[in-house]
Design a protein around this ligand. Structure first.
Ligand code: ADP
Ligand code: AMP
Length: 218
C-alpha cells in the first residue's frame, strides 16, 4: 500500500506520518530525512543536495526520483511518502514507477494550513539528532526543556533551514513548485483528502485516520 502525504513544509507531515505508519504497519519514507542522512554520511548525493537544502530550494528532480525509487523498492511498496512528490515531474515519475511494479497510490492526503501558522511551526521546531523525534518550543514541548524525552542526555537542535530567512524561501518554493502537485492529482481524477492541519496534533491524526479508514483500499 502506498499513501502520499502532501502539504507545505511545517504542515505536520512528519509528525502525522509517525502515527500513520504505526497504525497501518507501513514504512515512513521522508525524502527530507533521507537527504539529511546522506548529508550526515557525506555521500555524493548528500554533497550535491546540500546547497539546495540550505537555501530552501528543491534538489533536482532526477536525483530525488532515483533516491525515492530505491527507497520504495526497499520498503517493498508498503510506505507513506512524506515530502515526495514535490513537483509535477516527480508526481508523474512516481505514477510511472508504481505502474511498472503493478502498484498505484492508494490514498493521497493533503494537509492544509495557512502560511502564517507555518512560520511559527517551523521556527519553533526542534528535533533530536539521535532518534529524530520532533518537538515544538510552544506546542509540543519536551518534558525537560531542550532535551529529548527518549534520549535524555541528547540536546535538541534547530534545523538550519528552519531559520526565518530560509523558511520564507521554502514557502515560496512550495507555492511556486509544489502546490501544483495537488492540481496534478485532481486533473487525473484522483481523490485528494484535504485535512485541516491547523487543528491540534491529536485532532489532525483523528481526521486523517477517519478519512483513510473510509477508503476501502486502506
Ligand atoms: P513537516 O514534516 O510537514 O515539515 P513537522 O511534522 O516536522 O512538519 O511539524 C513542524 C513543527 O510543527 C514541529 O515542531 C511539530 O512539533 C509542530 N506540529 C506538527 N503538527 C502540529 C499541530 N497539529 N499543532 C501544533 N504543532 C504541530
Ligand atoms: P523537508 O525535510 O521535507 O522539509 O525537506 C528539506 C529539504 O530537502 C527541502 O527544502 C528540499 O531542499 C529537500 N527536499 C526534500 N524532499 C524533496 C523533494 N521531493 N524534491 C526536491 N527537494 C526535496
Amino acid at each position: 500500500m502506498v499513501i502520499v502525504l502532501l502539504g507545505p513544509p511545517g504542515a505536520g507531515k512528519g509528525t502525522q506520518c509517525k502515527r500513520i505508519v504505526e497504525k497501518y504497519k507501513l514504512v515512513h519514507l521522508s525524502s527530507g530525512d533521507i537527504l539529511r542522512s546522506h548529508r550526515a554520511n557525506g555521500t555524493e548525493l548528500g554533497k550535491k543536495a546540500a546547497e539546495f537544502m540550505d537555501s530552501g530550494k528543491l534538489v533536482p528532480d532526477q536525483l530525488i526520483i532515483e533516491m525515492m525509487a530505491g527507497a520504495i523498492e526497499s520498503a517493498q511498496g508498503n510506505c507513506v511518502l512524506d515530502g515526495f512528490p514535490r513537483t509535477v515531474v516527480q508526481a508523474a515519475e512516481l505514477d510511472k514507477e508504481l505502474l511498472r511494479k503493478g502498484q498505484k497510490i492508494d490514498a493521497i492526503v493533503n494537509l492544509v494550513i495557512d502560511d502564517n501558522v507555518i512560520e511559527k511551526r517551523l521556527t519553533g521546531r526542534r528535533s533530536c539528532p539521535a532518534c529524530g523525534a520532533v518537538y515544538h518550543i510552544d506546542t509540543l514541548k519536551p518534558k525537560a526543556e531542550s532535551f529529548c524525552d527518549k534520549c535524555p542526555k541528547q540536546e535538541l537542535v534547530q534545523r538550519t533551514d528552519d531559520k526565518p530567512e530560509v523558511v520564507k524561501q521554502r514557502l515560496q518554493t512550495y507555492h511556486h513548485q509544489t502546490a501544483a502537485v495537488v492540481g496534478y492529482y485532481a486533473e487525473k481524477g484522483r481523490q485528494v483528502l484535504d485535512i485541516d492541519a491547523e487543528k491540534s496534533v491529536d485532532e489532525v491524526t483523528k481526521l486523517v485516520i477517519e478519512k483513510l479508514d473510509s477508503l476501502a483500499a486502506v
